[in-house]
Design a protein around this ligand. Structure first.
Ligand code: KG4
Ligand code: ZN
Length: 339
């Protein structure tokens, strides 16, 4: 058992986040988003992200402790995202976490970011326990994990090209919407007919649990070009049809995998879990298959540190002061998760 409570830090991409968790309870959860800073560039600029984390991380940690009415001396362990992510961004969190844990004389837990997304459902009030099938779909990742044991989620499917959120963002850009465009695309799609255009679903009928979104993106590009001046007024139909081609395989394969592996529940995580059409489809499919559906609140689906605190409970801690030798790593380990 990890000494309680855990102070968790997450800086792998463009959110500077810190949280205090006690077992399954979130005591505080603070996120400072840099999204507005990167929006003019149409994507996250790694160097800008890292520099901004440097200026923000101490204040975010202080705020998480203050909201929990704790000082560093009350904390039992520090957890931090160690991989995967933007290396400069990760290094800021890891250096901060090492310094805090060293000063407090407590253990450090290096957490895999994806393990965090998967473990978010374990926190209250959702409090889902294994076994379950997890779908994590964000701007950087799209994967299915079979979770029999939260210490060792098993990767059973992932995207072979773009992430689902990335595909939605690129589609949104083609339709003239801003970055990140997933939410704007969903709003535009609300007035549209999702059957208006037949966009290809990647790896359909393959029987695999992997995903591919490169083909649908190209299909949208050709559709927009083909429509010429008419593309503007067909925006809602294009958005609805495109969104359907991206989220339907997510829902279908999540539920198919749960049935194949005979687990009683499915869980959603990542920023794309905010998508209303995805939620609707998963809810329909899950109900049809007699599965429980667990979706954490939006703040726990997008990047946050509470989920890192959750995964830390299922990751081996590094003792004081050995953790000073650990490093951040940009890539994911082969086969899924470093637990
Ligand atoms: O998890 P997240 O906040 O950040 C990481 O990528 O790690 O996910 C961001 C992604 C973006 O691609 C964004 O467009 C997408 O989640 N997203 C949505 C919605 N809200 C955010 N996609 C579809 N529908 C939404 N309502
Ligand atoms: Zn993430």
């Amino acid at each position: 058992m990890l000494p309680e409570p855990t102070l968790a830090i997450e800086t792998s991409c463009d959110e500077t986040a810190a949280a205090v968790v006690h077992g399954r309870r979130i005591v505080s959860n603070v996120v400072a988003s840099q999204a507005d800073l990167h929006a003019p560039y149409g994507g996250v600029v790694p160097e800008v992200a890292a520099r901004h984390h440097v200026g923000t991380v101490n204040a975010v940690v202080d705020e998480a402790l203050a909201r929990a009415r704790l000082t560093l001396g009350d904390v039992g362990a520090v957890a931090v995202t160690g991989r995967p992510g933007l290396i400069g961004a990760l290094l800021v969190g890891v250096a901060t976490a090492k310094a805090l844990a060293y000063a407090a004389g407590i253990p450090l837990v290096m957490v895999d970011h994806l393990h965090g997304h998967i473990a978010a459902v374990w926190l209250e009030p959702v409090a889902l326990d294994p076994p379950f099938l997890s779908l994590v779909a964000s701007g950087g990742h799209t994967r299915l994990d079979l979770v029999q044991d939260l210490r060792r989620p098993r990767l059973i499917g992932e995207t072979i090209d773009d992430a689902a959120g990335e595909a939605l963002d690129k589609g949104a850009r083609l339709l003239g919407l801003g970055y990140p465009g997933g939410a704007a695309l969903e709003r535009l799609a609300q007035g549209g007919d999702r059957g208006a255009f037949r966009f290809p679903v990647g790896l359909a009928g393959s029987g695999r649990f992997d995903f591919s979104f490169a083909g649908v993106k190209t299909a949208l590009l050709y559709a927009v070009r083909g429509l010429g001046d008419e593309a503007g007024e067909r925006g809602p139909d294009l958005a609805a049809s495109y969104q359907e081609a991206v989220v339907r395989p997510l829902a279908d394969r999540l539920v198919a995998a749960a049935r194949r592996h005979r687990v009683p529940a499915v869980a959603l995580g990542g920023g794309v879990a905010a998508n209303g059409r995805l939620r609707e489809l998963v809810a329909e499919r899950a109900e049809g298959a007699g599965l429980t559906l667990a979706v954490p609140e939006r703040a726990l689906c997008t990047d946050n540190a509470a989920m890192i605190g959750a995964a830390a409970q299922f990751t081996d801690p590094a003792p004081w002061p050995d953790f000073l030798a650990l490093d951040a790593v940009a890539t994911a380990p082969p086969g899924g998760i470093a637990a």
